[in-house]
Design a protein around this ligand. Structure first.
Ligand code: NAP
Ligand code: G4F
Length: 332
């Protein structure tokens, strides 16, 4: 029988890749998007019109909308990918961030608990929850895994930590199949342009296509922060696997390698034979009130239990994003 999966944030980066994956696996997918005066379904162009895809307006912060959706579909699987996902924005909009990223998740958990107890729930938790904290292995290397304590450094991370704990509570107290993926940064050509990787590659795409010149500088903030960057296509497969286990649990999903923002920008510019120093300027506007300096995940548990590991390397990721943005701006 066809399984039904609900995806919130279906027109976000991860939502669009996950919709493709589940449709390819024979699911009926209910994709939920937030209404706006200028709805954008560009990321869904590969699946628009698919006979097993239903798209509905939805707002996570509205309890009756959430409850009605659960009652209407009583889905086999519910992937909550909707969020105010931009860390810097969360310092400017802490209340909105909390309403979406925390209260919104409680709305779903409550609706599942009351009306659809067999629905398997996936929550998009984040490595941002580790904040400045890390563990140290026997070689003296810093890393984060499921045992590392969480020390959030932004309103976004605090909101995500609250929902992360709620998922654990609903799993333990009410025996719901509720799981959180603690995903490290994952990117790709569909990444929003205000995240640092895509900001860099979209600048390069415009530069290479002569839509801007060297006089238009690329303004960035902290180049010294390290991130563990993977490809979103690999990471949505891990989400799917997490809901196929006998027992619900939380998993770190990461590449296991850390690079600085400077490494990313250097590599991206070198791919088009340019030196980033000629184009990048530091603008304090892009510094954050509090920064997370170092993220590098150890996903041994996911490898062992889920049989998951990343397939796309850092070099392939940067190449994919640069090539894709060069193509994108060619046709404009
Ligand atoms: P994204 O591209 O920003 O997508 C988020 C989606 O959520 C957007 O479609 C957005 O709609 C929607 N949304 C926001 N508020 C909503 C609301 N009140 N009701 C319904 N929908 C709402 O994020 P992503 O990169 O795909 O990430 C997916 C999830 O994983 C997020 O929860 C994020 O916090 C988490 N995460 C991401 C990463 C990463 O590196 N990408 C790592 C760890 C965790 P609009 O377009 O209208 O804003
Ligand atoms: O690309 P970023 O905005 O991603 P960040 O803050 O790591 O958050 C992303 O990953 C999290 C997982 O760890 C997700 F939960 C979250 O939803 C999001 O997807 O910034 C990466 C680094 C930061 O250290 C930032 O300070 O890049 C630095 N940076 C330097 N210049 C910049 C810029 N970030 C942005 N967005 N814009 C800049 O101009």
């Amino acid at each position: 029988m066809t399984k039904t999966a609900v995806i919130t944030g279906v027109n976000g980066q991860d939502g669009s890749y996950l919709a493709e994956l589940l449709l390819n696996r024979g699911y009926g997918v209910v994709g939920l998007y937030r209404r706006s005066s200028s709805n954008n379904f560009d990321r869904l162009k590969n699946v628009m019109g698919h006979s097993r895809l239903i798209l509905n307006e939805f707002d996570l912060t509205d309890p009756s909308d959430v409850t009605d959706t659960i009652i209407k579909y009583r889905p086999d699987e519910f992937y909550n990918l909707a969020a105010q996902s931009h860390v810097a924005t969360s310092f400017k909009q802490p209340t909105t961030t909390f309403e979406i990223d925390s209260i919104g998740v409680i709305n779903i958990l409550e609706a599942i608990r009351k009306f659809s107890g067999t629905t398997r729930f996936y929550q998009a938790s984040t490595s941002e929850m580790f904040g400045r904290n890390y563990s140290i292995n026997h070689n003296g290397e810093k890393y984060q895994d499921e045992q590392t304590s969480l020390m959030p450094q932004s309103p976004y991370a605090v909101a995500k930590l609250a929902s992360h704990r709620m998922v654990q509570i609903y799993r333990d107290a009410y025996k719901l199949y509720a799981t959180s993926g603690i995903l490290f940064n994952h990117e790709g050509p569909r990444r929003g342009v205000n995240f640092v990787t895509r900001k860099i590659t979209s600048y390069i795409g415009q530069l290479v296509n002569n839509l801007i010149t060297k006089d238009t500088k690329l303004k960035l903030g902290n180049l010294n922060a390290s991130r563990d960057w993977g490809h979103a296509q690999d990471y949505v497969y891990a989400m799917y696997l997490m809901l196929q286990q006998d027992v619900a649990d939380d998993f770190v999903i990461s590449s296991g390698k850390a690079y600085t923002v400077r490494d990313f920008v250097d590599k991206a510019f070198k791919l088009v034979d340019l030196d980033y120093n000629d184009y990048v300027v530091i603008d304090p506007e892009f510094y954050r009130p509090a920064e997370v300096d170092y993220l590098k995940g150890d996903c041994s548990k996911a490898k062992k239990v889920l049989g998951w590991e990343p397939k796309i390397s850092f070099d392939q990721l940067v190449q994919d994003m640069v090539s894709s943005d060069i193509e994108l701006y060619k046709i404009r």
